[in-house]
Design a binder for this molecule. Sequence first.
Ligand code: DSN
Length: 412
Amino acid sequence: MDFSNLKKEDNEIYNLIEAEKDRQMEGLELIASENIVSKAVLEALGSYPVNKYSEGYPAKRYYKGNEVIDKIENIAISRLKKLFNAPYANVQPNSGSTANAAAYFAFLNYGDKIMAMNLNHGGHLTHGHKVNFSGKSYNFVQYGVDQTTQLIDYDALFELARKERPKLIVSGYTAYPRAVDFKKFRTICDEIGAICMADISHIAGLIAGGEHENPVPYFDVVSTTTHKTLRGPRSAVLMCKQEFGEKIDKAIFPGLQGGPHEHVIAAKAVAFKEALQPEFKNYASQIVKNAKALAKYLQDYNYKLVSGGTDTHLILVDVRANGISGIEAETVLEKAGIYCNKNTIPFETFSPWDPSGIRIGTAALTTRGMKENDMLFVAEQIHLALQNKNDEIKLKEIKEKVNLFCNQFKFY
Ligand code: DSN
């Protein structure tokens, strides 16, 4: 990337951006919601549409001069529809939270009942947590996983839905490592007359790459961020049935947002084109292979995995079972150049600030070109760091080894 103007005009920020690039390049990026976008996506993000106001939608804008912007947004919409076989798409949501807020806003009145997964069991803040707008504005009832299998208990979910009769049910998770049976959600929603919604933020890239079942064609509304496994810019989109398109559009603008970020929409269009290429299927399949390999190697070191493994990009490790808390584990691993996040586990008895788990994912490592055999090194370094959690010298040695290892893989 050419940062010559930035370097000249604001050396302080330039240096920090370069330092962040080095950190990303030299470390093992295991944060399950992160990835590494292409240079083409980065270029679109830093481009001229950033200067434009485009309130409204293509062909119906509240400002003039949107002829080119309309073309960009229409391309993003049509690529997204093709990618997920979506009847209708809105590419304007600025974030996953806004996309979820818009979906609720489109279909419900404040105080209406929604059913979604408990945060501790793998849900998201916007799926009804009491400190979030969702929990404050709507009446959430929450389902969870089975205590023994740590898998979604669909029988319990059906029973709860029949008893509570929510107006909308959300499937989709931030820390659930297993495949979701979306058809079951459609069945129960049809039975009780609820709106059937999925938040596929984490697995969107796996769905686009054919590694996970796609709920988009038959769900009422589907939200997703675009920057996780989908490997686009930090943003979001909504897809829905044709008949709900107008409601969804109105909920985003003028309901929740003003001018859309058209430079980001351009970058989303680029990412959707990339995801439509045949190579994207290999990438999605490699993510899952890597996650399964990493899960196995961690189990070989006696780590306890929530649900006993993974079907996705994501692994939830109950580190407290190995005598270390979530916050301690993420802190020690950071010292070794390994980045992940602490995470609650199902039936958590500790606080979200220092929970029992860590969540790791393989999307960014896969983008860098790592394969199953590289996951052995990753598992070894995680184990070595956690075993030597109080030995600063050893952790520094591991970080150096991690840096050398990561430098072998592509990064811009
Ligand atoms: N913060 C995201 C994640 O890490 O899963 C969800 O919004």
